[in-house]
Design a protein around this ligand. Structure first.
Ligand code: ADP
Ligand code: ZN
Length: 185
């Protein structure tokens, strides 16, 4: 990424579960720490796997974060001097998050968001489609299909459950490619 010098911008990191979205967000945030930029990381309170005050990858890397229940709370907790904003599991926020990200970028800030692009049915997840549309930079990551070893772009839910939001139960999902996802079992 050649970084703009005269404005902020939005980066989206998306993909299925286990694709390394959180790892990539942590990598980018650590680099901005090395550059001595002030940063703040938010995550939805709903995501309580491993820790509440940190973003944690499946490979157990972590960074401190602010758990927030809403975009309004994110605004409340916002450090007025922050230069870089990271948001993990951004798919769980409502559409207000799009306006928030745009506003932050308009205020010269770098905004890096990570989240699932599809739910377990393969449908676009929450605010992600619009975020992808308005972002300057988009990174789509793939996991490895646990069935066949191909690149996986979907998250397969192992047991039937009508709820779209099912958190803290990663063992109930697996990364799958298009054809193994279509198996349905
Ligand atoms: P995400 O945030 O996209 O769910 P994480 O960054 O938390 O992903 O975790 C990525 C890590 O998950 C990988 O580096 C690897 O260690 C682990 N992993 C477990 N299962 C898989 C899989 N099927 N494909 C790829 N990585 C996997
Ligand atoms: Zn497969």
């Amino acid at each position: 990424i050649i970084q703009p010098r005269n404005a902020g911008w939005i980066e989206v990191i998306c993909g299925p579960m286990f694709s390394g979205k959180t790892e990539e967000l942590i990598r980018r945030m650590k680099r901005s720490q090395f550059a001595r930029q002030s940063l703040q990381i938010f995550k939805p309170q709903i995501d309580d796997r491993y820790a509440t005050d940190a973003i944690v990858s499946h490979s157990m890397q972590q960074l401190p974060s602010f758990p927030v229940a809403s975009v309004a709370q994110m605004r409340d907790e916002l450090d007025p001097y922050v230069e870089v904003i990271g948001i993990d599991e951004v798919q769980f926020f409502d559409e207000d998050v799009i306006e928030f990200c745009n506003e932050m970028a308009d205020m010269q800030r770098r905004v890096v968001v990570a989240g699932l692009d599809q739910d377990y049915l393969g449908n676009p997840f929450g605010p992600i489609p619009r975020l992808l549309a308005v972002a300057e930079y988009v990174t789509k990551l793939h996991a490895i299909c646990v069935k066949c070893g191909d690149p996986a772009h979907r998250s397969f839910r192992l047991e039937g459950d009508p709820q779209q939001v099912l958190v803290g139960s990663d063992e109930r999902y697996e990364a799958r490619c298009r054809s193994c996802f279509a198996l349905g079992f």
